[in-house]
Design a protein around this ligand. Structure first.
Ligand code: AP5
Length: 233
């Protein structure tokens, strides 16, 4: 879900002016924190998962190709994702930076992104790795519910809405993602280990990686993310 409105605790004078990448396994909290950081800096939150789900909901050809793969917990081919991302970061609202959540997910995507950023005159990205014990992920994923209207993220176990089934922000109904069913979690975690985890070493070698302990509370993780982003500017 994309966010560009400024939050009450926004930092309008502080420009992000770069790409920030949230890297970590499914359920680590990337979306929750990406929304928050994007609000604070008034830049877009670019979730490739949300973009793909939007293509599915609107019945677009890209959505038709992505749907069966996502329902099985597999990655969508690089060629499709890269085209979608390239078109998005050319939009004027990306001029002062953006927060990627769920992209890049393969070394090929990371290499392509590096080239795209160079072409657009951006600095190379800051990558925040959400480090977490995989044992914590099942509860986070199967308990997740998302607002159908604004995309706000809840958890029926740990972050319930004030009124069951309704979003605190806009009263929208909450729903469970298709791929958050218990039987799809295993394949998603395997895809992460095999195809995405190598990016940790890739970005570490490039000196771009910073670690965050994603097992901490939402507020503590948010504090640490801000510390990292502010420290890197
Ligand atoms: P995507 O939508 O990107 O999902 P994901 O990466 O699997 O990540 P999640 O959205 O599951 O988790 P999250 O880390 O954002 O956690 P969240 O903040 O929601 O991708 C879906 C699919 O699309 C992929 O499987 C693939 O098929 C395809 N796809 C997407 N991008 C692609 C790409 N680049 N290339 C190829 N294919 C692609 O939090 C989870 C839960 O935990 C919530 O309930 C939340 O309330 C709770 N929570 C969050 N933080 C905390 C905390 N600190 N403490 C306690 N609970 C917390």
């Amino acid at each position: 879900m994309e966010t560009s409105g400024l939050a009450p605790n926004a930092r309008p004078s502080a420009k992000l002016d770069r790409a920030v990448i949230f890297l970590g396994p499914p359920g680590a909290g990337k979306g929750t924190q990406a929304k928050e950081l994007a609000r604070k800096y008034g830049v877009p939150h670019l979730s490739t998962g949300d973009m793909l789900r939007e293509n599915i909901a609107k019945g677009k050809p890209l959505g038709a190709k992505a749907k069966p793969l996502m329902e099985r917990g597999e990655l969508v081919p690089d060629s499709l994702v890269l085209k979608m991302v390239a078109a998005r970061i050319e939009q004027p609202d990306c001029a002062h930076g953006f927060v990627f959540d769920g992209f890049p997910r393969t070394v090929a995507q990371a290499q392509y992104l590096g080239e795209m950023l160079k072409q657009h005159g951006y600095r190379q990205p800051l990558v925040i790795h959400f480090a977490i014990d995989p044992g914590l992920l099942m509860r986070r994923i199967t308990g997740r519910r998302m607002c159908k209207v604004g995309g706000e993220i809840y958890n029926i176990f740990d972050r319930p809405p004030r009124v069951a089934g309704k979003c605190d922000n806009d009263g929208g109904g909450l729903e469970q993602r298709q791929d958050d069913r218990e039987e799809v979690v295993g394949p998603r975690l395997q895809a992460y280990q095999k195809q995405t985890a190598p990016l940790v070493a890739y970005y570490r070698r490039l000196g771009r990686l910073r670690e965050v302990d994603a097992a901490k509370s939402v507020d503590e993780v948010a504090r640490r993310v801000l510390e990292v982003v502010d420290g890197a500017r």
